[in-house]
Ligand binder design. Structure first.
Ligand SMILES: *Cc1c(COP(=O)(O)O)cnc(C)c1O
Ligand code: SF4
Length: 357
């Protein structure tokens, strides 16, 4: 019996999240059928430019028959994407000019953002990287060496942010050794992951993920991306519980989106629900003005008004910072909280002015 005749070993069984990831709905007809919606639901041209893609756990949170469902609107290729509007660009955050080595973006002091993959579990129509030339930035394994070399050479970098696409689209067999290589760079202190996967495929938060994320000397932090409370069901809560049990702080960033979450009620419910799950609201982003997403834009005055409505209703720790990426400042710029306010608030009490606080 010769060794060469042995069959190849069977592939190791895939973790359950890979199956859920792979089985996302990409066929418009199937989407229409599953949601009881018209067959011509999806705009074909929009779907050609950026494909339909939504994982089934996320689909299960969409209300059947509701064309205005706030989750559906985030993922539905729509005719409005062909609108052209002044000021909307292909690279609205000027990322490509700030890339010292392919894949790495250096815009802010002490932090470097690594675009590790173009792949995402879900395709969000408003995504500011929907036109990102991933092919130029994903230089494979050699490219990773260049990124690590750059990080190691600059002692001002304290935090590495794994981003994408969705960095958790990559298998843990790739991420685990990478986390170890990052931990070997002495000046790095924090390992941050920007991901939507625990929201759209909660099984992604499994033992293999937790072991590299929480298993190095680097302080981990996960920043989720959810825009509406309906995205946050019990399975997402269980995924957050697993992260927190591994002592990983969990924050959320949302994008302010017309038709999805542009009401004080929706935003307050989002913050409240996040906190119930153990997540703190971090940023509420004004939309990056990317071509194809103009119909999601909320005017700055209205955004300021919504933020004030939220601040007037919730404790300060549940009020995310309303920011935009202006492409030039060394931080995400806070929109003025008085943006769009016509008059200063009036004192309503007649009691004598109190001293101090
Ligand atoms: C948003 C962003 C960061 C992180 O900014 P924080 O304010 O620390 O959350 C870092 N790098 C780039 C390129 C970014 O776009
Ligand atoms: S998950 Fe994030 S990177 Fe991916 S399409 Fe959505 S917004 Fe864009």
């Amino acid at each position: 019996m010769s060794i060469a005749l042995h069959p190849a070993p069977p592939p190791l069984s895939l973790p359950p999240w890979r199956k859920a990831y792979a089985e996302a709905v990409t066929d418009p007809a199937e989407l229409a059928r599953l949601l009881g919606l018209p067959r011509d639901l999806v705009d074909a041209a929009a779907a050609r430019s950026f494909g339909l893609r939504l994982p089934r756990p996320f689909l299960g949170r969409i209300e059947r028959g509701n064309l205005r469902d706030p989750l559906l609107l985030q993922v539905l290729p729509a005719l409005a994407e062909s609108e052209t509007r002044q000021g909307f660009a292909f690279d609205p955050t000027a990322e490509q000019a700030r890339s010292p080595v392919p894949g790495l973006i250096r815009k802010y002091h002490g932090r470097a953002l690594w675009i590790m993959t173009g792949a995402c579990a879900v395709h969000c129509r408003y995504c500011f990287r929907r036109h990102f030339p991933y092919a130029d930035h994903l230089a494979g394994i050699e490219g990773r060496v260049d990124v690590l070399t750059h990080l190691a050479a600059d002692p001002t970098i304290e935090e590495i942010i794994l981003s994408g696409g969705d960095p958790l689209s990559l298998p843990d067999e790739q991420l685990a050794p990478l986390a170890a290589q990052l931990a070997a760079i002495p000046h790095l202190r924090r390992l941050r992951v920007h991901t939507r996967l625990p929201v759209v495929v909660p099984e992604r938060v499994d033992a293999a993920l937790l072991s590299w994320l929480a298993g190095t000397r680097l302080a981990p932090v996960v920043v989720l991306h959810a825009n509406h409370p309906n995205e946050l069901d019990g399975a997402v809560g269980a995924a957050v519980d697993r992260l927190r049990a591994a002592r990983v702080p969990v924050l959320n960033q949302a994008v302010l989106l017309a038709g999805v979450n542009d009401s004080v009620e929706a935003l307050a419910a989002l913050s409240t629900r996040l906190f119930e799950l153990g997540v703190l609201p971090y940023y509420l982003h004004q939309l990056d003005r990317v071509v194809g997403a103009s119909h999601f834009e909320v005017a700055d005055d209205r955004a300021g008004e919504l933020w004030r409505g939220l601040a007037a209703r919730l404790p300060g720790y549940l009020v995310p910072r309303l920011v935009r990426d202006d492409g030039v400042s060394p931080y995400k710029v806070a929109l003025s909280t008085t943006q769009g306010r016509r008059e200063p608030p009036k004192r309503t009490d007649e009691s004598p002015r109190r001293r101090g606080r």
